[in-house]
Structures are given as structure tokens and as C-alpha cells.
Design a protein around this ligand. Structure first.
Ligand code: DC
Length: 229
């Protein structure tokens, strides 16, 4: 039964390493992966494409409910198709991230995406990456992680990522954007960003990616959700 498949929820602010960590843990376990932020980003991108204003809640909820999206996982790379077209790079821009954060503050949009997210819960298990995975979407998950890092460290990581992609951005403006997005994600009235009461908080400011993956694997093993390797 899909409902009984185990879920590891990984919530936290942008830039804490959730995406990379979730992908690596899912690959190590052979579990499915839900990148819930991508669904908000895709909703925002579809809205821009169809010229729907980012404050038209009913129209945005309709877009979210009828989103024509396909996730294609091939070895290490994940491709996402929106209305049949590759949207992998388009959803990662700062502009779409900003629009996604606005769209994600609308209750009707969140409601419209709820079942679509729960449908990812399938055997042998799911790693769910987002902001409200442990608090709203998978409240019965047997292991909930809240991944954080200082805003400065997250800005530094994003700066590095952008530089590697050939994008020149100023560190101070990235820090400001991260702080603004954190504030919006934490202060919204529906599903605000916060740790679930039963979540384990992991600060990754001084941890490497392999250290975080190992720690999560240990926790999963301790709880009988994965076998020790
Ligand atoms: O993780 P991300 O940067 O791809 O997320 C994009 C936006 O979507 C971010 O501003 C917060 C929002 N989001 C959300 O509200 N709930 C989720 N479960 C995932 C993302």
C-alpha cells in the first residue's frame, strides 16, 4: 500500500543543501524523490507563460491543479518537462524562485498541490524535500529532518553555484534575497517554514555534503528504515 511506504522529510530554508542531500540520500536508498519546490516553481513559470498575474489566486490554483508536468529521472540528472518542454533550467532562475515564493504563499495553490505531492509516496520509500513536508504534507513520516545553515553560508553557496554556471551575481544582493525569501516563507499564514515538533534539526553550516548524507543514513538505520551498509 502506497500510504505505508516510509517517508524521510527534509525541510528547511533555501540554500541549506536540501536538494543535493535529498537526491544523494534517495539514490543511496533507491527511494523516490519529491522536489516539492519544483512544483511551486513550475506553477510560477506556467503562470508567467500564460500571463496570469502572480496575485490572481483562483487562476493560479487552477494552474497548479492542472499542471502538465513530467519528471524524468536518468541516473544522476533529473529533467522536468512542463507542457512537453524541457523546463529544467528555466525553473532555477532567481526570478522564478522569487515568483514561486509569492505563489507558494497562496492557500489555494498549496491545497491544489497537496494530493500531487502525496502521490509520490510509493514503495520502497520517498525522500521529500521542501518547506512543509513534515508539518503538513507527510505528518506521519517516521523521520523528519530540518536542515539549516546560516544565511551568510547559504548566500556563499548560491554565489558559488551561480559562478559555476557562469552567472555573475553579487554576494550582498544574494544575501538580501535569501533573507527576504526566508522572511516571506516563515511569515506566511499557511504552512510557514518551521521545524515539525518531532523534527531533528541539522545545521549544515560547518558540515560537508558527505557528512550530512552519512548522518541521515545513520538516523534512518537507527530507526530501522534502512539497512546499515
Ligand atoms: O526549494 P525551492 O527554492 O525550490 O522552493 C521554491 C519556493 O517554493 C520557495 O520560496 C518556497 C516554496 N516552497 C514551499 O512553500 N513549500 C514547499 N514544500 C517547497 C517550496
Amino acid at each position: 500500500m502506497s500510504d505505508s511506504a516510509p517517508v524521510l522529510t527534509i525541510d528547511g530554508p533555501g540554500g541549506a543543501g536540501k536538494g543535493t542531500i535529498s537526491r544523494l540520500v534517495a539514490a543511496r536508498l533507491g527511494w523516490h524523490l519529491l522536489d516539492s519546490g519544483a512544483l511551486y516553481r513550475l506553477t510560477a513559470l506556467a503562470a508567467v507563460k500564460h500571463e496570469v498575474p502572480l496575485d490572481d489566486e483562483p487562476a493560479l490554483a487552477h494552474i497548479a491543479a492542472t499542471l502538465d508536468v513530467v519528471f524524468v529521472a536518468e541516473n544522476d540528472a533529473a529533467t522536468v518537462l512542463l507542457e512537453g518542454r524541457d523546463a529544467t533550467a528555466a525553473i532555477r532562475t532567481e526570478q522564478v524562485g522569487d515568483a514561486a515564493s509569492r505563489v507558494a504563499a497562496l492557500p489555494a495553490v498549496r491545497q491544489a498541490l497537496l494530493q500531487r505531492q502525496r502521490d509520490f509516496r510509493q514503495a520502497p520509500g520517498l525522500v521529500a524535500d521542501g518547506r512543509d513536508m513534515g508539518t503538513v504534507v507527510f505528518t506521519d513520516a517516521p523521520l523528519k529532518i530540518f536542515l539549516t545553515a546560516s544565511a551568510e553560508e547559504r548566500a556563499r553557496r548560491r554565489h558559488l553555484q551561480l559562478r559555476e554556471a557562469g552567472v555573475d551575481a553579487s554576494l550582498s544582493s544574494l544575501l538580501k534575497e535569501i533573507q527576504a525569501r526566508d522572511a516571506r516563507d516563515m511569515q506566511r499564514s499557511v504552512a510557514p517554514l518551521k521545524p515539525a515538533i518531532d523534527a531533528i534539526t541539522l545545521d549544515t553550516t560547518r558540515l560537508t555534503i558527505p557528512e550530512v548524507v552519512d548522518r541521515l543514513t545513520e538516523l534512518l538505520t537507527e530507526r530501522g528504515l534502512a539497512s546499515a551498509t
